[in-house]
Write a protein that binds this ligand. Structure first.
Ligand code: KIV
Length: 316
């Protein structure tokens, strides 16, 4: 997969210096590596001249290949797996084993994008030891880092993971694993006090060593406050344009879902409808005798056909 490293600010910094302009205060962004790494993602602040990061979810090898060929920076094997692939109504039912199984499928595609493994509910809540073991299971399945939901109350687990050399992506705002505590999937931080608490949580995660933070379902203005307050990239979903990157769920952006999409989803294709139409044509062709035709069937060579026809086999 070809990626254009000319987007990096290195080239534009050189040009502006040659033209006598003041060099930017921030160090030039590192060139895009052939295989995306955690330190590279960590360095991608839009305020420092980086292009916005792009992340998409994927849950299997074909999805990972599609995302990677399209040039995304990160593939999140999200616990949205529960809802968009496994048919659950929420994300609470998936296990570490489910997540490892799908992480391994994504990793087998050998994407150049960074593979982020999502820690499911209850895999990082009980003890430090269980948290590290569960995260290690996702790393051994092929993830290069893990994501977990929650703010300051997760710091002990985050620090233990980082101590074990497992990079951590944070996730704040509408955290679907807290759906019962939040009273449903609701936009968060709409009041000033909650907005300030969110900023404080983000700073705590960045200080603890999270290399990036997903911001989900928060007002645009609050996402901007967080993005300005932390020196690690923020990656928004339903958080407006002023983050350092954006993430969408694969099935949402490709229209593989029937459910009414959330306000923040932009559908770039309608693959559910296209797929139903294609399978419908197959149904009609089989029932009408049009599939398979001569070219879609295997045939005996003429000598064998002739030999068999001696015994009355019906060979045309
Ligand atoms: O599981 C997931 O897909 C996610 C994204 C919504 C960020 O966590």
């Amino acid at each position: 997969m070809a990626h254009d490293s000319a987007h990096d600010s290195t080239a534009s910094a050189a040009t502006s210096e040659a033209a006598g302009a003041r060099a930017p205060a921030a160090a030039p962004a590192a060139a895009r590596p052939a295989r995306i790494t955690v330190p590279w993602v960590r360095s991608r602040k839009v305020a420092d001249g980086a292009d916005p990061l792009v992340m998409v979810t994927a849950y299997d090898a074909p999805g990972a290949r599609i995302a990677d060929d399209a040039g995304v920076d990160m593939i999140l094997v999200g616990d949205s797996l529960a809802m968009v692939v496994l048919g659950y109504d929420d994300t609470l039912s998936v296990t570490v084993e489910d997540m490892a199984h799908h992480t391994a499928a994504v990793a087998r595609a050998r994407p150049s994008a960074l593979v982020v493994g999502d820690l499911p509910w209850m895999s990082y809540h009980v003890s430090v030891e269980e948290t590290v073991r569960n995260a290690a299971q996702l790393i051994r399945a092929g993830a290069q880092c893990v994501k977990l939901e929650g703010g300051s109350k997760r710091l002990t687990m985050i620090e233990a993971l980082i101590d074990a050399e497992i990079p951590v992506m944070g996730h704040l705002g509408l955290t679907p694993q807290s759906m019962h505590a939040m009273g449903g999937f609701r936009v968060q931080a709409k009041e000033s006090e909650a907005a300030l608490a969110l900023v404080a949580d983000a700073k705590a995660l960045a200080h603890a060593g999270c290399f990036a933070i997903v911001l989900e379902g928060v007002p645009d203005e609050v996402a901007r406050m967080v993005t300005d307050a932390v020196d690690v990239p923020t990656i928004g979903i339903g958080a407006g344009p002023r983050c350092d990157g954006q993430v969408l769920v694969y099935h949402d952006l490709l229209g593989l879902e029937d459910r009414t999409p959330a306000k923040f989803v932009r559908r770039y294709a309608d693959l559910k409808q296209a797929s139903v139409a294609a399978v419908g044509e197959f149904v009609a062709d089989v029932r009408g005798g049009a599939f398979p035709d001569h070219s879609e069937s295997y045939h005996l060579d003429s000598a064998q056909a002739e030999a068999l026809s001696l015994y009355g086999a019906a060979v045309d």
